[in-house]
Design a protein around this ligand. Structure first.
Ligand code: AMP
Length: 453
């Protein structure tokens, strides 16, 4: 096990870490230290609780020399005021033996004047929420042209809540030559797009939620022809109230979340959250699930972050996540604290390649259940499924021949007797969307593909 000492951390930081009682670096701290010090752009896929804040603070503080220049050299953007306060507090805890000036800026109260004064006195590091940061940059009190390192923390939340414009506005005020460090709990198309647009050959590191060994989670999957058949299967499974006592269902889109809610036979026991819902509604949904008033919660990936609920019996992947690491984040919500958790993945023919990528990432074949005979296979399609009929696949595509309805299920079950072919994530993306020239091109290829249909 690599220690902080092995990383070569300077004694002032080492002493602070000791006083904080941190003995060894966490996996994301080990993974990020050298690339960030080496000046590379960096993307860390890591959730709160993995030690990600210190993962970017340590290498930055290690190399930040004393200076009395007025304008900041490091900018850290976070989505909420609470996080600004938390990050500033972490910096203060790490720097009792280092002379460093840090300012936290955020909106919400009448504190713009005080924040302007703090910045005007001269700062090394500014931590802020995008809107307030931009407002300050416009006043010219805060000059961003000397920023050398930009950190964007919780990027997925930022983008999900519509901060993209603010981020782009801030980028205009930053020097083009800078180091970019992005941290996100989940990979999403928006994060991928931002990465492709603004980062140069970034080093990418993903860590699973610590303390969630996959052995604690019994995984299984069902091959299902389409959305409405998935809903029928869920209605069948959820009848077993004892083993499905607290169920978190992940869906990819807001539209599917709402549609699934309408299809479930258990609406009085079901809560729903996605970014399109008002804050009050989301809070109530979470409380109901947490207290047990509702047995089932339907959620999209990013918004489910706020769900800090113990004893989730089952995680259901209603849609197969596009980014395989998101599967690990999702199922990590069950099987906590030594309890055995269960996860179920429902996948259609079009999602086979995504499932393969997940299995490739885990180096594990998810056991397949037969689709229960008593469950009806629907032939009804959602508008999105109608828009995107299952495509014809060539031999080289290496996927099960695409067919709708019953035959697909039978083929998948038969194929499952053979060892699953492991395909790497990159290979899968290459097969699906041609070889991406840059990371951002994946998104462009997806768009082109959609257009061509
Ligand atoms: P974060 O993921 O940054 O929100 O950090 C989660 C918690 O882990 C915070 O309370 C940190 O203070 C703590 N922490 C961070 N790094 C370490 C470490 N190496 N050893 C022990 N605790 C840590």
């Amino acid at each position: 096990m690599q220690t902080f000492q092995d990383l070569g951390i300077k004694s002032q930081l080492q002493n602070a870490l000791e006083e904080l009682g941190y003995e060894n670096p966490t996996p994301i701290q080990r993974a990020s230290f050298s690339p960030i010090r080496g000046g590379f752009d960096f993307v860390g896929i890591a959730q709160t609780g993995t030690g990600k804040t210190i993962a970017y603070l340590l290498p930055i503080l290690q190399d930040l020399k004393y200076s009395d220049q007025q304008h900041p050299r490091v900018l850290i953007l976070v989505p909420t005021r609470e996080l600004v306060i938390q990050v500033v507090s972490q910096i203060n805890k790490l720097t009792p033996y280092i002379t460093l000036r840090v300012a936290g800026v955020y909106g919400g109260s009448n504190n713009m004047g005080a924040q302007k004064r703090a910045v005007a006195e001269g700062v090394d590091v500014v931590v802020g929420t995008p809107r307030r940061l931009y407002d300050l940059a416009l006043t010219n009190v805060l000059r961003l042209k000397s920023i050398k390192k930009l950190v964007i923390d919780e990027v997925d939340i930022m983008l999900d809540f519509g901060y993209k414009t603010q981020l782009l506005n801030i980028f205009h005020h930053l020097p083009a030559k800078r180091q970019n460090l992005l941290f996100s709990a989940t990979m999403t198309p928006h994060v991928d797009e931002l990465t492709g647009q603004f980062l140069v050959n970034p080093v990418k590191e993903t860590v699973a939620i610590s303390g969630t060994p996959l052995e604690n989670i019994s995984q299984s999957c069902y091959a299902v022809p389409n959305f409405y058949s998935k809903a029928n299967l869920l209605n069948h499974l959820l009848q077993d109230q004892e083993s499905f006592s607290k169920v978190l269902i992940f869906v990819a889109t807001k539209a599917n979340a709402t549609r699934l809610f309408e299809e479930l036979d258990f609406q009085s026991e079901t809560s729903l959250i996605h970014a399109g819902k008002e804050q009050n509604y989301r809070t109530k949904s979470m409380e109901d699930f947490s207290s047990g008033a509702c047995r089932i919660l339907i959620a999209t990936d990013v918004i489910a972050r706020g769900v800090d609920v113990d004893e989730i019996s089952t995680v259901i992947n209603f849609d197969t996540p596009f980014y395989p690491e998101n599967y690990l984040h999702r199922i990590g919500r069950t099987g906590r604290a030594e309890r055995l958790g269960r996860s179920i993945l429902l996948y259609t023919e079009k999602e086979v390649a995504l499932k393969d990528a997940i299995e490739g990432l885990m180096n594990y074949t998810i056991p397949l259940h037969a689709f229960p005979e008593e469950v009806k296979r629907s032939h009804q399609l959602t508008p999105e499924e109608k828009d995107k009929p299952v495509e014809t696949v060539t031999q080289s595509d290496n996927r099960t021949a695409p067919e709708t309805g019953d035959s697909f299920h039978e083929k998948s079950a038969k194929n499952s007797r053979e060892p699953a072919q492991k395909v790497s994530y990159n290979q899968t993306l290459k097969t699906l969307y041609k070889k991406p020239l840059r990371r951002g091109d994946k998104i462009q290829n997806m768009k082109k593909k959609r257009k061509n249909k």
